[in-house]
Ligand binder design. Structure first.
Ligand code: CUA
Length: 338
């Protein structure tokens, strides 16, 4: 009987260890990935992650101290002079700990909002409902407009100038650093230094309306030469649809006959609308619909046909009245805009 009991308690403790290990793995896997402040890929994100770990560690120490004192009190332990417990533990200790944390945390702020060194890459990002207007402003060169995607050279400072035409958004790339509010009528600044190449996800971090949670974007950090090539390619006008690509030619016609050009620009064509995202190289982006759909022909079609379902309350109307062939053609044309 004792042996049986032993075995079942061993089994229980093994189970507990395993499930404890599983919980830790699950918790830690939440720290990895493309959108995690605890998986830093930028100098400022490293600072923020350090701050988090110091605060978490400090909180554990304080908690253990409180548990120890509680156990001591419950066992009838007596302090030499309770007054010192109250003054020391109730006033001096928290004041010192919070003051240290405050100074440590606040010291990170000035470099985040300081201008990047002269000649650094500048990118203006405007929070729209619910997408991101992105304008590269290379020193001495004409700006390059795109949407919902930001590419950065690794180990180079970048200065973001942020604003919004109507409501408050918050620009946040957890892995690279942030976040910063985008406020109508005001320009805010965020200077970051990506330290690792890769693809990361950004997300609006301030409730801004119905589809706030669907307002994301991708950030691709590249080697410097690769980034320069990419920016040149983004600067170029859209390549004309090949005369042999009949579906794409039909899609191009559908784009203009249905009035898409009133809201969207495609450089190199007559389309020069500024209400919606610039589509010049939309087929080359990581995602569609501001970080919520994969960039593929079927997703283009789904977006155009059901904007209202994919992103509720979005300003772009749905086009489910178009014949299926026309939707297919439009999707093929947009996907071809690499
Ligand atoms: Cu934009 Cu929330």
């Amino acid at each position: 009987m004792a042996a049986l009991h032993d075995r079942s308690s061993q089994h229980r403790s093994r189970l507990l260890r395993r499930s404890g290990g599983f919980a830790v793995v699950v918790l830690m896997s939440g720290c990895a990935g493309e959108q995690s402040a605890l998986n830093p890929a930028g100098r400022e994100a490293e600072w923020i992650a350090d701050l988090f770990w110091w605060m978490a560690g400090g909180a554990v120490v304080v908690w253990l101290g409180m548990v120890a004192l509680t156990v001591y009190a419950l066992r009838g332990g007596k302090s030499a002079n309770p007054k010192w417990f109250i003054i020391g533990g109730g006033a001096i200790f928290p004041t010192v700990v919070l003051a240290v944390l405050l100074v440590y945390g606040l010291a990170m702020l000035p470099p985040l909002i300081a201008p990047a060194p002269p000649g650094s890459l500048k990118i203006a990002v405007t929070g729209e409902q619910w997408w991101w207007r992105v304008r590269y402003q290379p020193a001495g060169e004409q700006e390059v407009v795109l949407a919902n995607e930001i590419r950065l050279p690794v180990n180079e400072p970048v200065e973001f100038e942020l604003d919004s035409p109507d409501v408050i958004h918050s620009f946040w790339i957890p892995s690279i650093g942030g976040k910063m509010d985008m406020i109508p009528g005001r320009k805010t600044r965020l200077t970051l230094n990506p330290t690792r190449t890769g693809t990361f996800r950004g997300q609006c971090a301030e409730y801004c309306g119905t589809s706030h949670a669907l307002m994301a974007f991708y950030v691709v950090v590249m080697e410097k030469a690769e980034f320069a090539r990419w920016l040149e390619q983004q600067r170029a006008p859209a390549a004309p649809a090949a005369a042999t690509a009949q579906l794409e030619m039909r899609g191009r016609d559908a784009f203009f006959t249905n009035g898409c050009a009133a809201c969207h620009a495609i450089r190199g064509t007559e389309a020069n609308g500024v209400v919606g995202p610039d589509l010049t190289h939309v087929g080359s982006r990581v995602s569609l619909g501001a970080g919520i759909l994969p960039n593929e022909t079927s997703a283009f079609r789904r977006w155009i046909e059901h904007t209202d379902k994919v992103k509720p309350a979005v300003l772009m109307p749905h086009w489910n009245m178009l014949p299926p062939e026309e939707l297919d053609a439009l999707a093929a044309y947009l996907e071809s805009l690499k």
